[in-house]
Design a protein around this ligand. Structure first.
Ligand code: IVH
Length: 691
């Protein structure tokens, strides 16, 4: 947002004008966000407007008005809910993004407290949900309220009562006569995806992110609607406490106590000493971010000792004893410059967005997927639009929303780099010029088959990939070079590559050529499921390949099977069966298989197995990275033994396989006392049961 980071206005008059515009815009975005649950621009852009407002007001304090958005925490409540005045204001948190800012935060605390010793902090994930206040009297839930503007919120008791995570009555030792807890209501990612998928299918409103979905669910006038939404809750502190008996002296002890009374407390919280350990906590949390089933936008560090908190007090907006460490935003707005069409392994043509580079999720992004033309239509996106990009973890960046013309911050409206135009599917394949044909309702395919160099390259990339023959060093770039130099046309050619011709390629020295040839040689010995998967039969993923190999035992038996025989295999329906029969009926494919064999590629035939039920009735969870196999393969092999493989840990989980980088699922397993093993343990188990 170049316009908004520029230097301050030159005159008071110019500042006053800009402030007026900023306030109007911020009020408008506030209303869209808080009252409509439909943010018009990404948080990062909103924050920049707000920061600009604060900067101008700091420079011209006499221009600050009573009703400036800088004086308020959130937005005023809507009219349809009863209003609740919080007995203790619900504040906001100061935010920091850099190490120096965190250090300065601690420095200020030390100065104000005149404190030299260590400082203990309660560290917690900053949940990206909706802040709520829950009031209990004599252990019974009597009121739930939103934060609103921090002073006055909305009464959402009827909706809060439908959330199973929130106790209606407190358990354990005697709670205070009046107890107000505060925390965050959120929608787990898994529930959000499920809900949006169903909404998409039935044509209902699809939410942009879990936070807005949670907020929308809480603002339902009919609690029966809320009850159907997957909402959860984490408590992060206490507000008003009356007649408490002996109350803990630290926040961390309070959270333990709240846990005993039946509130869900975040398992990722931790008490550390000093700002450096806070930083280390934040870094660790960031690594686990993708593995958590809820969205977080940072970490919160709070002084653990209540006495010190009290000494420090608060500013108008936020307490001095706590700070939010913000992670890089996962959403940002930018311009859609162009759309190109990519051809996949099976000829499917995908629109890919070329963007004005934008920093999002910690990296600069200039491409995003648009999936298919149905998605283009759903988003109603055109070239030249301002779009919201989302990049979460290692997931491919996506366009999630178009910013409407009237929602684009005024200074940016004239900055569109290209003229607006409609996105249309080309009639001819951009790689080979063959006709593009529709396939089903949303897909388009290039009709060129293996004549099309793009399809050839993609099939080869698939053949060499990790779950397939796993040829180390034969990456995407090199495959493109090999196809362009006409050294490789199909997978069998890889095994006939000559040292001399490889040395002629750009950037290939003696050493890399030797390494590559050694890797190709190693890959000659593989397994039947890998070989099958590598062939790239449509709809045959790793799991189906494992199931087919177990059922037929050999490639010959599979090649001879008709559709009916194929459909005996779990997982194989009429469409997959048809694809398999068509694939093996094709002479070119049979020829590639014959030549692979001649080139010495061999897979261990496996004894034909009846479906084993050694693990029947057990639920397994895979988390972290695996090294000897992909997660899909592990899943398929467990399923082949009768196990169910689930994405989340519960008391009913039989065992969790945790590889390096395992996060919340491992923590949850430990908390619940569920068995945990590593990849070696899994391999041993598979070896024992796979005949
Ligand atoms: S403490 C006075 N802890 O972040 C401090 N807030 O700007 C009260 N949030 O909307 C906040 N996770 O609802 C705290 N572990 C956590 C949090 C958390 C999310 C939200 C909070 C508020 C915002 C603070």
């Amino acid at each position: 947002m170049s316009e908004l980071t520029r230097k301050l206005p030159g005159s008071r008059k110019a500042a006053a004008e800009e402030l007026q515009r900023l306030r109007r815009d911020i009020e408008y975005y506030n209303a869209r966000y808080h009252q409509d649950d439909a943010p018009a621009i990404p948080d990062a852009d909103y924050d920049r407007l707000f920061d600009r407002l604060l900067a101008l007001e700091a420079h011209w304090p006499d221009l600050v008005t009573e009703d400036s958005p800088s004086r308020r925490v959130g937005a005023a409540p809507v009219d349809s809910f009863r209003q609740v005045t919080h007995e203790q204001a619900m504040m906001s948190l100061a935010k920091v993004v850099a190490e120096e800012e965190l250090q300065a935060f601690e420095h200020r605390i030390r100065e104000q407290l005149d404190h030299q010793g260590t400082l203990a902090y309660s560290c917690e994930p900053k949940i990206d949900g909706v802040a709520v206040s829950l009031l209990y009297e004599d252990g019974k839930l009597v009121r739930g309220a939103t934060r609103g503007d921090g002073v006055v919120g909305e009464d959402i008791t009827h909706n809060v009562r439908t959330i199973s995570d929130i106790p209606l009555r407190l358990t354990g030792t005697r709670p205070p006569r009046r107890l107000e807890v505060r925390g965050e209501i959120y929608m787990p990612r898994s529930g959000f995806e499920r809900m949006n998928r169903q909404a998409g299918e039935s044509g209902d409103h699809v939410f942009v992110n879990p936070r807005n979905a949670a907020s929308g669910a809480l603002r339902q006038l009919d609690p029966r609607v809320t009850a159907q939404r997957p909402l959860s809750f984490f408590v992060y502190g206490a507000g008003l406490v009356q007649e408490a008996g002996d109350w803990p002296r630290t926040l961390s002890d309070t959270l333990d106590r709240l846990g005993e009374w039946g509130f869900p407390v975040n398992p990722q919280r931790s008490v550390v000493e000093g700002w450096r350990q806070c930083l280390a906590y934040a870094q660790q949390l960031l690594e686990q971010r993708d593995a958590l089933d809820y969205e977080i936008d940072g970490a919160v560090f709070k002084l653990d000792d209540y006495r010190l908190q009290q000494h420090l007090g608060a500013t108008a907006r936020s307490p001095r004893w706590a700070v939010a460490w913000k992670f890089p935003a996962e959403e940002a707005a930018t311009w859609l410059r162009d759309v190109e069409f990519q051809v996949g392994r099976t000829g499917a043509i995908t629109p890919v967005a070329r963007l004005e580079p934008v920093f999002v999720g910690g990296v600069t992004v200039s491409n995003a997927t648009l999936h298919n033309m149905a998605e283009v239509e759903r988003l109603d996106v055109r070239i030249g639009d301002r779009v919201v990009i989302r990049r979460a973890g290692d997931v491919i960046p996506q366009i999630v929303q178009v910013v409407k013309e009237e929602d684009i911050p005024a200074p940016l409206r004239d900055e569109a780099p290209v003229k607006r135009r409609v996105i249309t599917m080309p009639e001819h394949c951009p790689a080979c010029g063959s006709a593009v044909e529709p396939d089903g309702e949303v897909l388009y395919r290039c009709s060129g088959g293996l004549v099309c160099p793009a399809q050839r390259k993609e099939s080869l990339k698939h053949f060499c990939s990790r779950g397939a023959l796993d040829i180390e060093g034969l990456g995407d770039r090199l495959i493109e070079q090999l196809v362009e130099a006409e050294l490789v046309h199909d997978p069998a050619d890889i095994f006939c590559l000559q040292r001399e011709s490889l040395l002629d390629l750009e950037r290939m020295g003696e050493k890399s050529v030797d390494n590559l040839l050694a890797a190709i040689d190693r890959s000659r010995h593989t397994t039947l499921p890998r070989a099958l998967y590598a062939l790239g039969i449509r709809e045959v993923g790793e799991a189906t390949a494992v199931a087919l190999a177990a059922h037929f035992g050999s490639l010959e038996a599979l090649m001879e099977a008709d559709e009916e025989a194929l459909r005996q295999v779990d997982d194989v329906g009429p469409i997959v069966a048809r694809h398999i029969v068509v694939f093996f009926g094709n002479d070119d494919n049979r020829d590639v298989i014959r030549r692979l064999r001649e080139a010495g590629v061999q897979w261990r035939e496996q004894a034909r197995r009846e479906v084993s039920d050694a693990l029947a009735g057990q639920t397994w969870v895979l988390t972290g990275t695996l090294e000897a196999m992909t997660r899909d393969e592990a899943k398929a092999r467990l399923q082949a033994l009768g196990a169910r493989v689930s994405g989340s840990v519960s008391k009913k989980t039989h065992c969790v396989v945790a590889g390096p980088g395992a996060g919340s699922k491992l923590a949850k397993a430990e908390e619940l006392g569920v068995d945990v093993t590593d990849e070696q343990g899994l391999l041993a188990l598979l070896a024992e049961h796979e005949s």
